[in-house]
Write a protein that binds this ligand. Sequence first.
Ligand SMILES: [Fe+2]
Ligand SMILES: [Fe+2]
Length: 246
Amino acid sequence: MRLYERQAAAATRGGWSVERDIRWRDIDRARARARPGILVGLRDAALIEAFHPVNLARLLRLMWDDVDGSAVFSLELYEGFKHFHALRLYLDAVGHEPAITDAEIVEMRRAGAAVDVASDGLIGRLVEFMLSEHLAAYFFRRLAEQAVEPVLIALLHYIAADEVRHAQNASDLIAKRIATDPAVIGGVLDAAAHFRHFGAEAIGAVPVALPGDPLAIRTFAKRIERLCGVRFVDYLKSGLAVRRTA
Ligand SMILES: [Fe+2]
Ligand SMILES: [Fe+2]
């Protein structure tokens, strides 16, 4: 079975509808507004999802010669759009201020749209993408644990499950590259050691799950170890992870 066939089937199994599966009319505005911190987190997340067209356009351009790769990013574009769409609808439904505007989205995309990515940066970008999706899953899961408004909790569970699948899709692409060229492993480890969430490019800071979330960190390292067959801590201690001045 082709890789993209398996990924497309998984996307269908995990599929949910913004219109049909979210009980928009049942939103409890008072309960939602009782947790303003969560709404701020949702707003940042919606903007990061709205950055996908800029980031994924670059990845798609670099991966036109990988049919599986272009499938992964096509799925991501669609499902990332769904996340943005649903989160913005939710924030509007509860009357969160300031409301997200199209002008704000375009402004947030502007700097990133001007940056091109060299083809030798592809593995680094793939690793960055995989780990961003991985942390996004934890971020949405943690938010679901803290939320008290039932419609939001259900929505966050759908989104978190999508992000787990997205991280796996990216991991499959990296594994495929390692299988044809084991020398890629060095680039994967290096990128993981210098990981920066792609959303940082969108909103400056990213509300990731990492700080104080040992499970997210452990599973982050696990993903790298599964791909590379090297213990990530050993790699970090080995001195091969050369410090970069950012
Ligand atoms: Fe997403
Ligand atoms: Fe995603």
